[in-house]
Design a protein around this ligand. Structure first.
Ligand SMILES: [Zn+2]
Length: 1036
């Protein structure tokens, strides 16, 4: 699924804003049977793959059968004892159990804390199997817990196939269901334990081998602590036999955005409802009883009964529709291939669609509310989806697996999109696009979310991680491919080589440079923690590591390796070691021997990243000294893991290095650095030569040099910056600012580097500079001497601002044809100029706003509208704020609505900011997902920072209740509101606040404290040094 993309937008005066978006995928409806029989890949239960997996499973478990038998016996004994004292507070409720249909079991409220760490289970991957012995021991250690109290499902049963029949009652938002699960028994047991949460179970029946008689159900109960439902039988299920478990249940179509939930929109003045699912990562259990862990792949046959005024959609096309006389219809969908529960999906709505077909015959439809379809707002997404399916099929050499792909645009969704196989769901702002009023940035966002979700149809849906600790495997790939896939659509944009640096690499190194970071592979303890692993470290660090890997392997070998990986593991699960093994083999085939697992384990299992220091100034005989240490912003911060100091962190680093002089740079050489400090010989090293490390910034680390080398690099940039590549120019800027912020480098070095920008005609270095300046600006924006800093930046920007000028109104031009690089550069420079107070820029913005108000025609160029709105609101009087507020209410275009709302946060007027904060929690005025952005953007405004911080503390209970379950939103809010606090007083307030509230968001708060401590430390140690240099520099 796609979280929020951080693509920065700096509003003028209150410098930059970073826009965040989240993405999940949507799906479409297959009303016609479609060519599934011909077009489909191997059907799950008849493939060789399946048989192989099945054999391996049997073999894998054979070794441990004796142990398991013993364990099961003990577990049974213990659980009997447990049942006997079942009257205890959190014991399972007793339910009547006579006859084969058991009585109703209603889930008691509240959930406790399951104990222990999760069991590993791997049935898809070879490497995962090797770990089985170790897991077995761990499993045995936990044998004292009853089967239902373990954080992971017990392994004695496996679902093979689900038949799911649902009836959706849209008039009262309830649904009823009947699920029939075909179970394979691996170890005999009297217990069936599967996930079920927030539902009412009416009846349970177990039948042996379908035709044979029923097995009596003794009783059933919910165990809410682990969100499971337990069926206790009067005798054991026998090994190697299969049973059918039938459960009849009902539940609410929820109002919260998880599980099977509802939302609404207004069409022709009338409110219409729709119901859709969001199961990832652990919410399928709210919609039907199931084995809700990714390893339990099964086939699904779904039927949905609904009023004929609605239509229904699911992963597969509709096979038949049966109409009833009373105005109801039942859609029977084709059977799915083997898949996990988290990307199963369905929807009931009255949307319309447009359709296209790929070369290979995949039917692609975009479903949205009828007015959006009529306007053609979905056409862009539909068209690029067709191209992208063709791109992925060619790149991976594995065809898309289903006969159709539906993209569903919904008004409300907890993420930007979700990659449900064949039915991906998108929030409208991430997929609908009206070219006449959308900026390039908006188009880029829409594009990348779609590229991301389509990648998941292979990475995630076809091959699924074994367990959530490796969620970065699917998310890292999907995020990396956002750039590769966008390059396919727009070859001139150079996304993977350029924009990746600022949007992913630089962005995540900020986070991962905190001592409170965590490894990209994270152990997950329990269901309620699983949401936590979907964070920027998993997405962005995952992507950055994959890019580093692709570069040191070579792109074509990397691509071959991925093709093998997908082919070997399709319709199954794989762990990271399965990927490493496949890639190592691909390298071997081209005659290279690198143990990828050994290298990558250091990057995925250790948190943080190294800073490499290259010392060349005392070079004799062309020998340089290269050392590595862990990079941290605040060296005083307490290490998260006290058992290992920063000194124990070591990485195997593929360092590329080149030597340059005034007019020439050598070709790069790769040096594997694996020790604390190493000596290396560099060829042809002359007196005035400089060294440059991490060529094109393909590595996930920073590089520092001795001051002499930094000076040589600065001279080079000033004289002829083109000797150094665009991506390295951006990299030098980002490294220098961050090394200085952490105290590794004098404060003046980064400020000296950006002097060359007046000659820089490429977008990326400007972009890197303005992103790096942003946190520095926030550290200074409330200080007495801020204007010195402001003045210095304005000087660097002035000449390029004059050179580039303002864009013409481009309403009549096709956005896609526009020169992306040039337009983005101009936008960046205008943003810096307006943000730091360039007078001409301010006047221009004010003129454009006045023209809009007086003529009531918006002639502001699309690509700078956010900058102009924000500048206007901040400089002009309250009437402009009211005007923008009115426009925010009246516009229906989602992209425009969002930038109007953000512009309102730019005001200098504290009363208006307070008014906006209070309105932000009114769901009728501001969408839930946008309220967070309002609060964060007010916190970025120096006039509003304390207001947002106060508002956040006062409303924490409400906010936490609203966003608590979508942890990503919560942590975004916590970091957004606190990251620019930087005084001792604010740090005290933060610590007191954390002390005074109870529970929730603990990880986000510890990160917040470390960030604010680092800010305060920087102020204490380096602020004066910076101002002194600026003062000197401005008087010269
Ligand atoms: Zn994703």
């Amino acid at each position: 699924m796609a979280l929020e993309e951080k693509r920065e937008k700096r509003p003028p005066v209150t410098p930059m804003m970073i826009e965040e978006e989240a993405a999940l995928r949507n799906g479409s409806r297959g009303l016609t049977p479609g060519p599934w029989a011909e077009a489909a890949g191997p059907r799950p239960r008849t493939t060789e793959r399946h048989i192989a997996v099945h054999k391996r499973l049997v073999l894998g478990f054979a070794v441990s059968i004796l142990a398991l038998l013993a364990v099961t016996m003990i577990a049974v004994l213990l659980s009997v004892r447990f049942e006997e004292c079942g009257a205890a507070a959190d014991g399972p409720p007793r339910a009547s159990g006579n006859g084969s249909l058991s009585g109703a079991a209603r889930q008691p409220p509240g959930a406790g804390q399951p104990h222990g760490r999760p069991e590993e289970e791997a049935r898809g991957g070879e490497a995962a199997e090797e770990e089985e012995e170790e897991e077995e021991e761990e499993w045995q250690r936990r044998q004292e817990l009853p089967l239902w109290a373990r954080p992971r499902l017990p392994r004695h049963l496996r679902p093979l196939h689900y038949n799911l029949m649902l009836s959706a009652f849209m008039e009262n938002f309830t649904f009823s269901g009947e699920v029939n699960v075909q179970l394979e028994v691996r170890n005999a047991s009297r217990y069936i334990v599967l996930h079920a949460h927030r539902m009412h179970i009416e009846a349970v029946r177990v039948a042996e081998d379908k035709l044979a008689g029923g097995v009596r159900v003794a009783r059933t109960f919910f165990y809410p602590q682990t969100q499971v439902f337990v069926v206790v039988l009067n005798r054991s299920l026998e090994v190697q036999r299969s049973y059918n478990l039938k459960i009849i249940y009902n539940a609410l179509i929820e109002n919260e955005l998880l599980g099977f939930f509802r939302s609404s929109y207004v069409l022709h003045g009338e409110r219409r409802f729709l119901a859709v699912t969001q199961f990832s990562p652990t919410h399928a259990r709210k919609a039907f009883p199931c084995f809700d862990e990714p390893i339990y792949k099964a086939t699904f046959k779904i039927s949905i009964r609904h009023q004929a005024t609605y239509l229904s959609l699911s992963n597969m096309p509709v096979e038949t529709s049966v109409f009833e006389e009373d105005g109801w219809v039942t859609d029977h969908f084709s059977q799915t291939p083997l898949m996990s529960t988290y990307y199963l999906a369905w929807a009931v709505c009255n949307f319309t669609y447009r359709e296209t077909v790929t070369k290979s015959g995949v039917v692609v439809r975009l479903y949205a509310r009828p007015d959006a379809i009529r306007r053609g707002s979905g056409d862009y997404a539909l068209n690029i989806t067709r191209s992208l399916i063709e791109f992925y099929e060619d790149y991976f050499k594995v065809p898309y697996s289903l006969p159709k792909l539906d993209l569903l645009a919904v008004p409300k969704h907890p993420y930007a999109a979700m990659e449900n196989w064949g039915l991906s769901v998108f929030v409208e702002q991430r997929i609908l696009l009206d070219p006449s009023i959308s900026s390039i940035l908006y188009l880029l966002d829409v594009t990348m979310v779609i590229v991301h979700e389509l990648c998941h149809q292979w990475f995630g849906d076809l091959v699924t991680p074994v367990w959530w600790e490796d969620v970065w495997l699917k998310e890292g790939f999907a995020h990396y491919f956002e750039f590769v896939g966008t390059d396919y659509l727009y070859p001139g944009w150079n996304m993977e080589k350029q924009r990746f640096l600022t949007d992913v690499l630089h962005e995540v190194m900020l986070l991962d440079g905190l001592a409170s970071s965590h490894p990209v592979s994270q152990e997950v303890q329990q269901a309620t923690d699983i949401d936590r692993v979907f964070d920027w470290i998993a997405y962005k660090k995952g992507a950055a590591l994959i890019r580093m890997l692709a570069n040191f392997m070579g792109h074509s070998v990397f691509q071959m390796g991925l093709q093998d990986y997908l082919t070997i593991h399709k319709y199954g699960n794989a762990a990271r070691n399965d990927l490493w093994n496949t890639l190592s083999k691909a390298l071997k085939r081209v005659g290279k021997s690198v143990n990828i697992q050994e290298v990558m384990d250091q990057w995925t299992l250790q948190m943080g990243y190294p800073v490499i220091t290259i010392l060349g100034n005392e070079t004799t005989d062309n020998i340089i000294v290269i050392s590595q240490e862990r990079f941290v912003y605040d060296s005083d911060a307490k290490p998260k893991d006290p058992s290992r100091g920063d000194n124990s962190y070591l990485w195997q680093i593929p360092l590329t290095i080149a030597v340059g002089n005034t007019s020439h740079i050598s070709s790069e050489a790769i040096i594997w650095v694996s020790n604390k400090s190493e000596h290396h010989r560099i060829p042809a090293f002359e007196e005035a030569s400089w060294l440059l490390g991490n060529i094109n910034q393909t590595g996930y680390f920073r590089v520092n040099y001795d001051i002499r080398n930094w000076r040589l690099l600065i001279n080079q940039l000033t004289r002829n910056h083109e000797v150094i590549s665009v991506s390295n120019r951006a990299g030098l800027i980002d490294d220098a600012f961050n090394l200085a912020r952490a105290g590794y480098l004098p404060q003046n070095i980064p400020l000296e580097i950006i002097r060359y920008l007046s000659e820089e005609k490429d977008f990326l270095p400007w972009h890197a500079a303005s992103r790096a300046l942003y946190p520095l600006d926030k550290l200074l924006d409330r200080t007495e001497n801020y204007n010195i800093f402001n003045e210095y930046i304005l000087r660097q920007v002035a000449s390029m601002y004059l050179k580039l000028g303002w864009p013409m109104n481009n309403l009549n031009k096709s956005l896609v044809q526009a020169s992306y690089q040039h337009e983005e550069l101009r936008r960046e420079v205008i943003m810096l100029a307006c943000s730091f107070g360039n007078k001409h820029c301010h006047q221009q913005a004010a003129t454009l706003i006045s023209d809009w108000i007086s003529s009531n025609r918006n002639r502001i160029p699309l690509n700078v509208r956010d900058i102009v709105y924000c500048t206007g609101v901040s400089l002009m009087d309250e009437d402009v704020w009211e005007f923008i507020w009115m426009k925010f209410h009246s516009t229906t275009a989602v992209s425009e609505k969002k930038i109007l709302l953000e512009a309102l946060t730019c005001s200098d007027d504290r009363n208006l900011l307070n008014r906006l904060l209070n309105l932000s929690l009114n769901s009728e005025v501001v969408l839930d997902q946008d309220a967070i952005d309002v609060i964060i953007h007010v916190a970025r405004n120096p006039h509003g920072r304390d207001l947002a911080w106060k508002f956040f503390r006062e409303k924490w209970k409400i906010l936490n209740a609203r966003y608590g379950e979508a942890l990503f939103m919560n942590s975004k809010l916590v970091s957004g509101v606190t990251e620019f606090l930087n005084t001792e007083g604010e740090l005290r307030e933060l610590k007191n606040f954390i002390k005074s509230y109870e529970g929730g968001a603990a990880v986000s708060f510890s990160r917040a404290v470390e960030t604010v401590e680092a800010n305060v430390r920087w102020q204490r140690l380096y602020k004066e040094e910076l101002f002194q240099w600026l003062r000197k520099s401005l008087t010269h």
